[in-house]
Ligand binder design. Structure first.
Ligand code: FAD
Length: 474
């Protein structure tokens, strides 16, 4: 039996693909209809039009990744995604016929289904997985068992210890560990913490992508996608000023990191910020789902920047293999090197599908992760200490590990987490451990690169390719 943890796009696509290849599969998820996958709006990046190519897609990915992309992985994903999309279509998924343009892409190449691609795709995969007799159960992973560098089993909340020699983690990222976020509350980074405690190598934890425009409808965060600004939406503050041009000549079409800092700065100066949708033509046709909310809440929506996507995670090779034999990681829980220091829009679902659908090719031919590009492995000890709540962690991280960082704030944060409980198998302890790794990594990277911005080191000064790895000291 192959066990997969997580029922987002990564976990479900791997489960279906393995089942179709004749394997017995069980997917275990702490909440079946959950995860960022359901909330993805924009779509999936794939070079399909006549004037586009995987090489151009790769070039865009590498440019945005700001010197930290693993070029082998970039080429693999940008080429393979075309085959994987064909597989998805053979399985019966139908995309809308037009391609969308998103920030950072030199061509129209974002495949989508209405303005709720993630929800449509995840529901489709869930139904298909059930039809293919993939066993899907609700339970929570608490720990992994290893012996001599290989997986021997795992522990869950309801089932206790189960023997296994192949485990695929697809438990998503840690975006919910910030007070302002586009992520659902399932995304606490538990899979990364659990793998780390089992001996997995973890990397790139400082790279947290913030999205500039998250609105709230009631208490629910709702991502107001780039496409809206591409179609004419503008940003104004409470004095009615269209401020984006004060920060960048591209105004509302500046990159996510620049706009996130601009909006953050407006709030720091005591303003409120709104997205005004009234200038978008054929709004109802282009954004049918958002239109339903707009009917109730109006076309001027207050927006905040917030944590959106976490680049760091369990270091894996292009087969999804970690440094622990039998332990695979796919999707946002992993760090493949595709995104480098900044993720190109719509490359995340592309990566999930490539790693998920292709996994049967590798599942019986273990090679294992080899890391040859590292400069630094930091060794971290887990220990007992102060038990923080998730809300305290979210507040701390927003204040000191947020959009603008510096040594003073990060040192404060590191001392909080060094004195926190990081040894227990609770969500709070996992969240403290993840926050310790991310804040240490952000402290150690004494430069600004990609999504990592330090006001005490505002320039990009490190050698390209230099990343920070963590391993546990036992
Ligand atoms: P998730 O979909 O996050 O799923 C994680 C799963 O793990 C969940 O089922 C959860 O229940 C389970 N889990 C967690 N912990 C445990 C545990 N301890 N035990 C058992 N199960 C556990 N990317 C794009 O490419 N294009 C987009 O247009 C896009 N839009 C986005 C919009 C929003 C609002 C957000 C938040 C993200 C967006 N992204 C987009 C990013 C993308 O959606 C995610 O990176 C991707 O969906 C992650 O998929 P995943 O399968 O790795 O994890």
């Amino acid at each position: 039996m192959i066990y997969i943890f997580g029922s987002g796009v990564a976990g479900l696509s791997a489960g279906i693909s393995l089942r179709k290849a004749g394997y017995k599969v069980t997917i275990i998820s702490k909440k079946i209809r959950s995860g960022s996958s359901y909330w993805a709006k924009g779509g999936i990046a794939v070079a399909t039009s006549a004037d586009d190519s995987p090489d151009l897609h790769a070039q865009d990915t590498i440019r945005v990744g700001d010197g930290l992309c693993d070029v082998k992985v970039v080429n693999y994903v940008t080429h393979e995604i075309r085959n994987v999309i064909s597989t998805l279509e053979e399985w019966g998924f139908i995309f809308d016929s037009d391609l969308r343009l998103e920030g950072g892409h030199s061509k129209r190449r974002v495949l989508h289904k209405t303005d709720e691609t993630g929800r449509e795709l995840t529901n489709f995969l869930l139904n298909l997985a059930l039809k293919e007799s993939v066993n899907i159960i609700e339970d929570r992973l608490l720990g992994l068992r290893t012996k001599d560098g290989r997986i021997t089993g795992f522990v869950t909340e309801k089932r206790g210890v189960i023997d296994a020699d192949k485990v695929i983690l697809a438990t998503g990222g840690y975006g919910y560990l910030f007070k302002f976020t586009s992520n659902p509350d399932t995304n606490l980074g538990e899979g990364i913490a659990i793998a780390f405690k089992a001996g997995a190598l973890v990397s790139d934890m400082e790279f947290i992508q913030f999205h500039p425009t998250i609105g709230f409808f009631g208490n629910e965060p709702y991502l107001l996608t780039e496409t809206l600004r591409g179609e004419g939406a503008i940003l104004v503050n409470d004095k009615g000023e269209r401020f984006a041009f004060q920060y960048d000549a591209r105004g509302e079409l500046a990159s996510r990191d620049i706009l996130s800092r601009a909006i953050y700065d407006q709030y720091q100066k005591g303003h409120k910020v709104y997205m005004d949708l009234s200038q978008i033509g054929s709004f109802e046709k282009k954004f049918p789902i958002l239109s339903r909310y707009v009917e109730k809440y109006g076309k001027k929506i207050q927006v905040f920047p917030g944590a959106h996507f976490t680049i760091g995670g369990i270091r894996v090779n292009l087969r999804g293999e970690s440094n622990i034999k039998g332990l695979y990681a796919i999707g946002e829980v992993s760090d493949t090197g595709l995104h480098g220091a900044n993720r190109l829009a719509s490359n995340s679902l592309a990566q999930n599908l490539v790693y998920g659908i292709n996994i049967p090719q590798y599942i019986d031919r273990w090679e294992g992760l080899e890391v040859d590009d590292f400069m630094k492995i930091e060794r971290i000890r887990v220990k007992s200490g102060v038990r923080l709540t998730i809300e305290e962690i979210r507040e701390n991280n927003w204040n000191y590990l947020g959009i603008i960082r510096n040594a003073e704030g990060l040192s404060k944060l590191i001392s909080i987490y060094e004195n926190a409980d990081t040894i227990s198998n609770t969500p709070e302890s996992f969240a403290s451990l993840i926050s310790l790794l991310a804040s240490k990594s952000a402290f150690l990277r004494t430069e600004s690169r990609g999504v990592h911005y330090r006001d005490d080191f505002p320039l990009k000064t490190w050698k390209d390719g230099k990343r920070i790895y963590f391993r546990m000291v036992s």
